[in-house]
Write a protein that binds this ligand. Structure first.
Ligand SMILES: [Zn+2]
Length: 262
């Protein structure tokens, strides 16, 4: 009975690729764990009250390490919005993952939770990225944020997302944008754990921006990414994103589903 119910929830999650905020919270309540929903540690990152340092653990399969440009861009973007006086530290580990072909939201959770070096909330805030071999069950998906602290990036799909029709956009460019995009979901963008006063959520792609100049634009995490941009890919949070984050941080915007609150 329990397994059947869980399978039902998982199947319904797979039908909506991202965000899986609602799905994740249902699964947590069934499994009795509290890994939260994407955006559930947004305040813990934005504010410095409890966590003065942020550690990003990136575990990658051999040969699947992130580009150095991705690491430095991520650090820069998070540094612009998260108040971390003791700094943002990136830890890279090479790892052989149990799964190498097809990933689901649930396998990302299971494997990532097992391989994480320390829990998300200790004396520091720890967010975790896995970069494994293989693809997501919906192979149009380049990256997923599956709970309050866990992201997967699928480099095999990112390679597939480059297009001969748009040679200006490289796999490195795509990885840069997808990485920042998924962290945007951990920060609660767009409207995952709050409601923006600005009308910038794409009505057809919940949880995403309707502005193609925002890294939260809905097409950023899809394999057809190269078809949607004639120029460079977005790598920045736009003004509406930044205003939302500032509103959450100050308390002007009401936030839900937080695993930590001031
Ligand atoms: Zn997304």
């Amino acid at each position: 009975m329990r397994n059947k119910r869980l399978m039902g929830v998982l199947l319904s999650c797979l039908m909506v690729s991202i965000p899986m905020a609602g799905c994740a919270s249902e699964i947590e309540s069934i499994l009795g764990e509290s890994w939260g929903v994407p955006g559930g540690l947004a305040l813990a990152c934005l504010r410095d009250d409890a966590y003065r340092e942020l550690v990003i653990e990136i575990d990658h399969a051999p040969g699947y390490n992130p580009e150095s440009s991705t690491v430095s861009l991520l650090k820069e973007r998070l540094g612009q919005v998260c108040d971390k006086p003791d700094g943002i530290r990136i830890e890279l580990n090479e790892m052989n993952f149990a799964e190498t072909t097809t990933w689901t939201a649930n396998t990302v959770r299971e494997v990532a939770h097992e391989t994480m070096d320390a829990p998300p909330q200790t004396s520091v805030l720890r967010w975790h990225v896995i970069m494994p071999e293989g693809k997501y069950s919906d192979d149009s998906v380049l990256g997923v944020a599956v709970d309050a602290s866990t992201i997967a990036l699928f480099s095999d799909s990112i390679d597939d997302a480059t297009s001969i029709f748009n040679p200006r956009i490289s796999a490195e460019d795509i990885e840069n944008s997808v990485m920042v995009h998924e962290f945007g979901h951990l920060l609660g963008l767009v409207n995952l754990v709050y409601t923006s006063p600005a009308d910038h959520e794409d009505s057809e792609h919940p949880g995403h921006s309707n502005n193609e100049d925002s890294v939260m634009y809905w097409a950023v995490e899809t394999v057809t990414i190269s078809a949607w941009f004639s120029g460079d890919l977005p790598t920045v949070f736009d003004q509406d994103d930044l205003d939302d984050l500032a509103g959450m941080k100050s308390g002007e915007l009401t936030t839900t589903d937080q695993l930590w609150r001031p």
